[in-house]
Design a protein around this ligand. Sequence first.
Ligand SMILES: [Zn+2]
Ligand SMILES: [Zn+2]
Length: 139
Amino acid sequence: MSDLLERLRGRGWRLTSQRRVVAEVLDGDHVHLTADEVHARAVARLPEISRATVYNTLGELVGLGEVLEVATDGRAKRYDPNAHRAHQHLLCSGCGAIRDVHPHGDPLEALPAGERFGFTVTAAEITYRGLCPDCTAGP
Ligand SMILES: [Zn+2]
Ligand SMILES: [Zn+2]
C-alpha cells in the first residue's frame, strides 16, 4: 500500500475506487506529476475515471494537506505526495525534471530576524534550478 493511501485511511477519508486509484498513482519520493499525468496513469488502472474526478480528487488531497502543489516556472503545476517530510526542490530548466532535496540547515532559520519585517514567518520554499544530466549532455 502507498504511504499516501495509508495516511488517508488513517484519517478516515472515504476511499472510493476512483480516489483510491489517484492515491495509488501518487506514491514515493521524487514523484511530481501533473494532473494530466496523474489522469493518464489512473486511466491505465481504472479506464472509466474522468479527468474531472482526477482534478477534484487532487484538489481535495491538497486541501487536506496530504499532497503538495509544486509551481514550476510556468509549466503545469505538479502534485507531490511527499507532504510530511520537509524537503526542497531541484528543478531542471531544460526538461522540467524535479528531485526532492534536503539542503543543510532549516531555511526558516536562515532568514535573519532583521529581514523579517515584523512578519511571523511560517514556511519557506527553495527551488534550486539548473540542468539535469540528460539536458547537460545535449541532444
Ligand atoms: Zn533536464
Ligand atoms: Zn517534492
